[in-house]
Ligand binder design. Structure first.
Ligand code: PLP
Length: 399
């Protein structure tokens, strides 16, 4: 009989979770989620529920409608498409990276025609190309423009105000659908001001909640379009939802997540939404200064080469040729208990991602960067040592 395998040693201390989502959950949110079960029609819960919806609207910066789902972000993507469109309708996808590709894939699977404005993933979509695609559609075949506000796979933002301006300049009546999954509650997003018709968000990133709840902010214009949409739907059907007290959720309401949301909204509003954005911007810049320093000696580089589009919630780091990002991630996690994000689709093995969104502060960011530098030494990845010092110097200046 072979001897039993020795149990794997559990690393001491907290894991540093530096993935770009799911993100760290504050202790007070964890405690709030651990609420005893209550009836979701109970009056006390309904008060919490209604307050959460109002709070979420403040974070989305909208006074319009909101529909909630027990689903991750993919569910909200699907809900938005099936509630607004009909088989054979055309959508224009602005290419940003893995997540715009996935949304396009979903649209095709649902029976929609997909046109893409292609883009270099390192520079982001060219607004002139967006304007040209809209201007060329004189027959207004395009019914919706789908834009990922913050592309989590590349660490790049898409200026939605410019997308809206391009649509207005072309006099194009399409709906504007925006994915705010990795921007909401960490990078400024203004649904009403930017004329977004459907804003898709999820619980597990800037809102600092467990995964499992997502939502769509919906404009009046989109509500009117919903009435004509013919794609099949049931659980996600907004009309079915409106018939219920909660005006969302065709099935059981996930009450625990609402107790958590009440607390995470309290935390966000206690800090102040604009302060939350400023903190993300400061921490994001510290990470970028560090990576820019490492890039000396043919070291790793910022994947995004367009400084106007740097993301303040996630940084993708491109490994030097011949070095495996996943080997580095394994060392960071296996030896030092630091979890980094991996490269997605064509960036697999070439890129690792540092998430800097949600419940995060300077020591957490500096700790993560220190371990990346340590892992690079161990993995013999060329780099200019001292990136963490560059981050510290910036933070001292910014404090
Ligand atoms: N869109 C973006 C920008 C994302 O970052 C993600 C997930 O990370 C998704 C969509 C998909 O969301 P989910 O994994 O919650 O289904």
């Amino acid at each position: 009989m072979s001897a039993a395998k020795p149990a794997q040693k559990k690393p001491r201390g907290r894991q540093f979770f530096a993935n770009p989502g799911p993100t760290n959950i504050p202790d007070s949110v964890l405690q709030a989620v651990a609420h005893t079960t209550v009836d979701f029609n109970d009056g006390a819960f309904l008060e919490v529920y209604d307050a959460c919806l109002e709070g979420l609207k403040r974070v989305l910066k909208t006074r319009q409608h909101i529909f909630m789902y027990t689903a991750s972000g993919h569910g909200a993507w699907e809900a938005s498409l099936v509630n607004l469109l009909s088989a054979g309708d055309t959508v224009l996808i602005l290419e940003t990276g893995h997540f715009s590709d996935s949304w396009a894939h979903m649209a095709r699977d649902l029976g929609l025609e997909v046109r893409v404005v292609p883009a270099d993933w390192r520079r982001g979509v060219d607004m002139a190309a967006v304007r040209a695609a809209l201007a060329a559609d004189t027959a207004h075949v395009i019914k919706a423009v789908c834009a990922v506000h913050n592309e989590t796979s590349t660490g790049m933002v898409l200026p939605l105000a410019e997308v809206r301006a391009a649509m207005d300049a072309a006099g194009h009546p399409a709906l504007l659908l925006a994915d705010t999954i990795s921007s909401l509650g960490s990078i400024d997003f203004r649904m009403d001001e930017w004329g977004v018709d459907a804003a898709v968000g999820g619980s597990q990133k800037g809102l600092m909640l467990p995964t499992g709840m997502s939502f769509t902010g919906v404009s009046d214009k989109a509500m009117a379009a919903h009435k004509d949409s013919r794609l099949p739907k049931h659980y996600f059907n907004w009309t079915n939802m409106l018939a219920r007290r909660h005006k969302s959720f065709v099935g059981t309401v996930p009450i625990s997540l609402f107790y958590g949301l009440q607390e995470s909204l309290r935390l966000i509003e206690e800090e102040g939404l604009e302060e939350v954005f400023a903190r993300h911007s400061r921490l994001g810049e510290a990470v970028r200064r560090c990576v820019q320093h490492w890039s000396g000696n043919n070291g790793p580089q910022l994947f995004c080469t367009n400084p106007g589009r740097f993301s303040d919630s996630v940084t993708a780091v491109l490994m030097p040729e011949g070095h495996d990002a996943d080997a580095l991630r394994r060392t960071a996690l296996g030896r030092f208990n630091v979890s980094l994000g991996g490269g997605l689709s064509k960036l697999s093995g070439r890129v690792f991602r540092i998430g800097h969104l949600g419940d995060l502060n300077e020591p957490m960011v500096l700790g993560t960067l220190s371990v990346v530098e340590l892992a690079m030494r161990l993995e013999k990845v060329p780099h200019a040592p001292g990136g963490v010092d560059a981050a510290i110097a910036y933070l001292a200046e910014a404090a």
